[in-house]
Write a protein of this length. Sequence first.
Length: 183
Amino acid sequence: MKYGLCVAVSVLCLAGCNKGPTVELKNASGNQVSNAVTRSGVMTSGSMIEPGLWQSKVTVLEMNVPGMPPQYAEKMKQSMAEHRNEGRKHCVTEADVKKPKEDFFGADKSCRYGHFTMGGGKIDIQMVCREENMTQTTNMAGTYTPTSYSMDMSSNGSGPQNGMTMKMHIDAQRVGECTGKDD
C-alpha cells in the first residue's frame, strides 16, 4: 500500500513538472503570437531558453528547386555538404527572452501562424507566408530546454517557381555569455 502511494505521488510530481505556461493559437499574426507568449510567461518561466551566446547547427536534409539548372543544384549540394559541420553563433539577450519582438519567432507582416503551440519543453508551429502570387508554408516541431533546442523544419513553396521544398534539422545550445565580439 505504501509503495503504491509513493508511486502515485511520484507520478503526480513528475506530471506537475511538465505543467507551466503554454501558448496555443490558431490563425494568428506574429504580433498576436508575441503578445500571447509575453502574457503567458512561457519565456520567463525558467524552463525557456536562457539568455547568452548560442551556437546552432543547421543540417539541410533535402532541397528541391524545380527548374534549377543541374550544375547549380550540384554546386548548392556540394556547398551544403562542405559547411555541414559549421555552427553559427548568435546572442540571445535578456530583453529577447523577457519580451520577444514580433519577429523573434521569424514571422513578418506577410505571414500568419496556422498554429502555434509552445510550452512544457515542446514547440509546434505552422507558418504561412503570402506575397504577391507566392505562398510558403513552413512547419517546425521540436523540443527545448533552458540550454538547448532541437527542431525539425520543412518548407514548401508554391507560385511562379512552382514548388520549392526543403527539409532541415536544427540543433542549438547555449555556449556561454554574450561578449559582443563573436555574436
